[in-house]
Design a protein around this ligand. Structure first.
Ligand SMILES: NC(=O)C1=CN([C@@H]2O[C@H](COP(=O)(O)OP(=O)(O)OC[C@H]3O[C@@H](n4cnc5c(N)ncnc54)[C@H](O)[C@@H]3O)[C@@H](O)[C@H]2O)C=CC1
Ligand SMILES: O=C(CO)COP(=O)(O)O
Length: 326
C-alpha cells in the first residue's frame, strides 16, 4: 500500500518518516515551496522539524494531484484547514487516515464528520495518541490508537503503518479517538497556565484529573467509549501534553500564565496550537448541550473573552463543592 501524507508540518513529516521506514516510497504534500525543496534536496524539513534527518524514500510535492498515485492518505493539516485542502485533492474512494486534532470552529463538526462531507466515498480512520513529532521522527518508541469503523480496514492500516517503535492499538471508536485528541489540547493550555503562574505540581495534577472528567463527560455525550477516553488517544495524550514545554499548547498556556497577552503569543507563531481554535467551539458546544466543563470554559474566557488569569482562577476555585463522580 503506497501512502501519501497531506500536510508538511512537524507531524505530517514525522508520519511520512514512519510510513517510509523499510524503504517504502512515500509522497508528502506540503503547502510551502521551501519545505518541498528542503525535503527533496536535503532530506530535512528545516521549517517545521529541524534537525531530524529524513528517510530519502520520502518525496515531497506541492501538487496535490500527484497524491492520486497513493492508495491511502494520512491527512495531517491543521484542523481548520482540513476541509479546504481535501476539497482541492483528487479524492476518489481511497481511505483517509485523519491524524489532526481539533474540532472545526465554524460548523462544530468533529474531523471525521468534516472528512465524510468533503470525501463522501472515502472510508475514514483516525490515528491519535501521545506523539511528539520530533520523538516519533527520531525513532523513539510510542503507542497510538487507530480507530476505524471497518475492522478489516483498521487491521490493514495497522499492518501497513505499525513498527516496533510505533505500536498501534485498533478500535472502532472513531468519536472517542477524536474527542480525546481535541479536548486534551485545551486542557494542555490550562496546565501551561498553572506552570507559568507558578501554581505548583499539585495544582497541575488536580487539573489533569478534573480535566479528564470533563473530557469523559463530553465524550460520553457524543457516543465515545470510556475505554477509548482512558486510553492512548485520551488520557495518554493528556498526560503527555500537560507535562512538557515540548507541547505547543502547554507553551502557549505557560506564556499566558506568565502574563503575556494571548493574541500576542498567537500572532508570534508559525506552528499550530490547536487548543486555541478548539477552546471556543468546545466551550460553545458544551454550553449548548449542558455539559459541565469549567476548565474548558475558563480557557475560552481567557483566550476569547479577555478575562484575566486571576479572575478565572478565582472563579474556578470558588465553585461550590461537589461529589467526585462524573
Ligand atoms: N506536532 C505534533 O507533535 C503533533 C501534531 N498533531 C496534529 O497534527 C496537525 C498538524 O500539526 P503539525 O504537523 O504539528 O503542524 P506544524 O505546527 O508543524 O505546522 C503548521 C502546518 O500548518 C500548515 N498550514 C498553515 N496554513 C495553512 C493553510 N492555509 N492551509 C493548509 N495548511 C496550512 C503548514 O503548511 C504546516 O503544515 C494538528 O492538528 C496537530 O494537532 C498531532 C500529533 C502530534
Ligand atoms: O498532540 C501532540 C502530541 O501528542 C502535540 O501536542 P502540541 O500540539 O501541544 O505540541
Amino acid at each position: 500500500m503506497k501512502l501519501g501524507v497531506i500536510g508538511g508540518g512537524a507531524w505530517g513529516t514525522a508520519l511520512a518518516q514512519v510510513a517510509a521506514a523499510g524503504g517504502r516510497e512515500t509522497l508528502l504534500w506540503a503547502l510551502e515551496a521551501e519545505v518541498v525543496a528542503a525535503i527533496n534536496e536535503r532530506h530535512e524539513n528545516s521549517l517545521f522539524l529541524a534537525g531530524v534527518p529524513l528517510d530519502p524514500h520520502i518525496r515531497a510535492t506541492s501538487d496535490l494531484g500527484e497524491l492520486d498515485a497513493c492508495d491511502a492518505w494520512l491527512v495531517v493539516t491543521p484542523a481548520q484547514h482540513m476541509r479546504s485542502v481535501l476539497a482541492r485533492g483528487p479524492l476518489g474512494d481511497r481511505p483517509l487516515i485523519l491524524c489532526s486534532k481539533g474540532i472545526e470552529e465554524k460548523s462544530g463538526a468533529l474531523l471525521h464528520e468534516v472528512a465524510r462531507e468533503a470525501a463522501p466515498n472515502s472510508p475514514i480512520a483516525v490515528l491519535s495518541g501521545p506523539t511528539f513529532a520530533h520523538e516519533v521522527a527520531s525513532g523513539l518508541p510510542t503507542a497510538v490508537t487507530l480507530a476505524a469503523s471497518d475492522s478489516a480496514l483498521g487491521e490493514q492500516l495497522r499492518e501497513r503503518i505499525a513498527r516496533p517503535q510505533f505500536r498501534i492499538y485498533v478500535t472502532d471508536d472513531i468519536a472517542g479517538a477524536e474527542i480525546g485528541g481535541a479536548v486534551k489540547n485545551v486542557l494542555a493550555i490550562a496546565c501551561g497556565i498553572v506552570e507559568g503562574k507558578g501554581l505548583g505540581q499539585n495544582a497541575r495534577a488536580a487539573l489533569i484529573g478534573r480535566g479528564f472528567a470533563e473530557m469523559t463527560r463530553f465524550g460520553l455525550a457524543f457516543g465515545a467509549r470510556r475505554e477509548t477516553l482512558a486510553g492512548l488517544s485520551g488520557l495518554g495524550d493528556l498526560v503527555l501534553t500537560c507535562s512538557s514545554t515540548s507541547s505547543r499548547n502547554f507553551s502557549l498556556g505557560k506564556g499566558i500564565g506568565e502574563g503575556r497577552a494571548p493574541a500576542e503569543l498567537l500572532s508570534d507563531r508559525r506552528t499550530v496550537a490547536e487548543g486555541a481554535f478548539t477552546a471556543p467551539v468546545l466551550a460553545r458546544i458544551a454550553r449548548e448541550r449542558g455539559i459541565d466543563m469549567p476548565i474548558v470554559q475558563a480557557v475560552d474566557a481567557l483566550l476569547t473573552g479577555g478575562a484575566s488569569v486571576d479572575t478565572v482562577l478565582n472563579e474556578i476555585l470558588s465553585r461550590p463543592p461537589k461529589a467526585e463522580a462524573l
